[in-house]
Ligand binder design. Structure first.
Ligand SMILES: *[C@@H]1O[C@H](CO)[C@@H](O)[C@H](O)[C@H]1NC(C)=O
Ligand SMILES: *[C@@H]1O[C@H](CO)[C@@H](O)[C@H](O)[C@H]1NC(C)=O
Ligand SMILES: *[C@@H]1O[C@H](CO)[C@@H](O)[C@H](O)[C@H]1NC(C)=O
Ligand SMILES: *[C@@H]1O[C@H](CO)[C@@H](O)[C@H](O)[C@H]1NC(C)=O
Ligand SMILES: [Zn+2]
Length: 591
């Protein structure tokens, strides 16, 4: 053969080998906030079946099989961004065990922790991280005082993907401290911690770096912007739906898929999430050069609808867990004549909230004999609206009024221990203010549902000054009546361990309430007992809470206590309201 031609061919081959070496491709599958959708649901536009771990597994297995066939497809990483816990009766019954079994079956390459993984405290997370067969990462958590977590959760992992080192750094929102019982851990700023891990990874010769975490879309983008060595950010927590073109179901896209962040130096960093509830699987194809620079990327999530088959192994696993769930779902505990609305409990009074806190008062009232022949020792109860996760629609066929244990556990899933406390009136008022403090910067889960209180809020006032008036029910009385909350009088009330620990930012309960008794009952059990005892209930809204000028409530919902106000609307509602507020204030000041 002609030696010139031979040289040319060898040269050409080496160019091809070189470029193949230089171009490193991966397919990244990712999802987040699966929230216990082990079984498919009908959370779609036409009530069609979507999601479920069976469909997630089908996508992951197919992609891995294609990659393994070396048929030209890139290696696959499946990464999960946390919040597998909580959201359905499956989790309420089986807790960490079902989460660990299903995730082990899915075999994610790496996961991170979500805030909801702390829903059962450290004791509900330790067995999960111990049972997990996959790496779990979190760089911004100081675990030193929690040895099981310290042993099983690492700041980062380095994966060897076809000879290339890929570093994956975890993060979790520091707000978890406000939302859950986190034991002796400290959660730090994400950016600082991820920068520190990047330095470590670079020293190990890792030049492809992915941040995988659970802090919400805003923070995901901040990480992409501020951490210069991060190549890709995979997030969760805000259930952000990213999509290119017309969306395939009812979710409205927040941005393109992926979202792009341009750093100061011009580097483009893709940021992705994949909505929630196993409804979509994010899929991003990425190409890196030899130096670990991301040179190309493109993708689109996959809607996991009925076109995607459900993996048989996952369906079989579900059957293992079904009997205990069925038992709950079939156990009728009582009846309701009304729809139990759990959708508005973060904004205003909801009848589901009313029946829940009434069950707290009833529990303590029946468990303990009140002093003398008074009716109760604890006439008041409060709970955060976020404790109620869904409505119960059981007043009509097919349930015909029957409420099951499954309905209750599904809707009030956190199993927060009841606690009786004493609080001064001024601290109770400060707590109501904390519940109404949000201007949208929180999930508003801190808004309080009340029993034995009548509260008027005005959201046109600044946070901390929104309680217009508050009246409390007496317990040391023969006939319960309401009188204004007095700052220096002590009130006995029932609430949950969540609030006593300062959950949802309720630092006043945490710091000022005097713990009287930890009750041998949790919130959903108290509600179950209440239905079982009274058989038929008719929970309603009854002006325990009156809300004016809430930015998220339409004027119709901004219902007023007196019909007179509705009539005056045409005259000038604002004038009337202002007069009323001044009257309320004057009355309060003169007392
Ligand atoms: C390999 O690729 C061919 C052509 O794209 C396709 O028909 C075949 O199914 C693939 N094999 C596997 C195992 O994915
Ligand atoms: C660990 O516990 C010690 C002793 O209780 C405490 O002083 C320290 O602040 C804790 N450190 C962390 C990181 O939680
Ligand atoms: C309750 O369920 C029924 C039947 O499934 C449905 O027609 C109705 O709209 C639901 N009610 C609410 C308030 O969602
Ligand atoms: C409601 O519960 C009662 C008592 O368990 C049962 O006899 C009845 O069949 C149930 N009705 C429906 C519609 O499920
Ligand atoms: Zn979350």
């Amino acid at each position: 053969m002609n030696s010139v031609l031979t040289t040319y061919v060898i040269g050409l081959l080496s160019v091809m080998v070189m470029s193949a070496e230089e171009e490193f491709k991966m397919t990244i599958l990712h999802n987040n906030d699966m929230h216990a959708r082990f079984e498919q649901t009908t959370e779609s536009k036409h009530g069609r079946y979507v999601g479920g771990f069976g469909r997630v597994a089908t996508i992951v297995k197919q992609a891995r099989a294609e990659a393994a066939s070396r048929n030209g497809s890139a290696p696959v990483l499946y990464l999960n961004a946390g919040d597998t816990y909580t959201g359905t009766i499956w989790f309420s019954v089986h807790r960490w065990k079902i989460a660990a079994r299903f995730l082990n079956a899915l075999k994610p390459d790496v996961t991170c922790l979500g805030n909801h993984e702390f829903d059962d405290g450290i004791s509900g997370l330790d067995p999960f991280v111990t049972a997990a067969d996959f790496p779990i990462v979190a760089a911004n958590i100081d675990f030193r005082n929690e040895t099981v977590l310290a042993a099983n959760v690492k700041p980062h992992v380095v994966l060897n993907v076809e000879g290339r080192k890929v570093g994956i750094i975890g993060y979790l929102t520091p707000e978890t401290e406000l939302m859950a019982t986190i034991g002796n851990i400290r959660i730090q700023d994400e950016v600082t911690a991820i920068r520190r891990e990047c330095e470590r990874l670079k020293k190990e010769g890792v030049n492809i770096i992915i941040a995988l975490g659970h802090s919400g879309f805003k923070t995901d983008r901040r990480i992409a912007e501020e951490v210069k060595d991060v190549d890709l950010v995979i997030g969760g927590h805000t259930n952000s739906f990213l999509w290119n073109g017309p969306p395939p179901d009812k979710e409205k896209p927040e941005d393109t898929y992926p979202s792009r962040v341009v750093q100061k130096n011009g580097k483009i960093v893709p940021v992705v999430q994949a909505y929630a509830y196993t409804k979509y699987m994010g899929k991003l194809d990425v190409v890196f050069d030899k130096e670990g620079t991301l040179v190309r990327f493109q993708g689109q999530p996959i809607l996991l609808d009925e076109k995607i088959a459900q993996d048989g192994e996952m369906l079989a696993l579900l059957e293992e867990f079904r009997p205990a769930v069925d038992k709950y779902n079939k156990q009728v505990v009582g009846r309701t004549r009304t729809y139990l609305n759990g959708e508005t409990c973060r904004l205003r009074e909801c009848n589901f909230g009313n029946v829940l806190v009434d069950s707290f008062v009833d529990y303590v009232t029946t468990m303990y004999k009140a002093e003398g022949s008074y009716w109760t020792s604890a006439p008041i109860a409060i709970v955060n609206g976020g404790a109620i996760r869904m409505s119960i629609n059981a007043s009509i066929p097919p349930a015909n009024g029957n409420i099951t244990a499954g309905d209750i556990l599904g809707a009030v899933p956190f199993r927060q221990q009841l606690v009786t406390v004493d609080m001064l009136g001024k601290d109770l008022l400060a707590t109501l203010e904390l519940g109404a403090r949000s201007d949208g910067e929180t999930s508003r889960g801190e808004f309080l549902q009340v029993s034995g209180l009548k509260v008027v809020y005005d959201f046109s006032r600044p946070p901390g000054g929104r309680v217009v008036s508050a009246k409390a029910r007496c317990g040391r009385c023969y006939v319960p009546t309401y009188s204004p909350v007095a700052p220096d009088v002590s009130y006995r009330l029932v609430t949950t361990g969540f609030l006593l620990n300062g959950g949802d930012g309720h630092t006043v309960v945490r710091d000022r309430a005097i713990k009287v008794n930890l009750e041998d009952q949790d919130d959903s059990e108290a509600l179950r007992r209440y239905f079982q005892f009274y058989r038929v209930l008719t929970p309603q809204e009854e002006e325990r809470i009156v809300v004016y000028n809430h930015p998220l409530l339409p004027p119709e919902e901004e219902y007023a206590p007196a019909s007179a106000i509705r009539i005056e609307r045409s005259v000038g509602l604002n004038v009337i309201l202002t007069l009323l507020l001044i009257m309320y204030q004057t009355i309060n000041i003169s007392k």
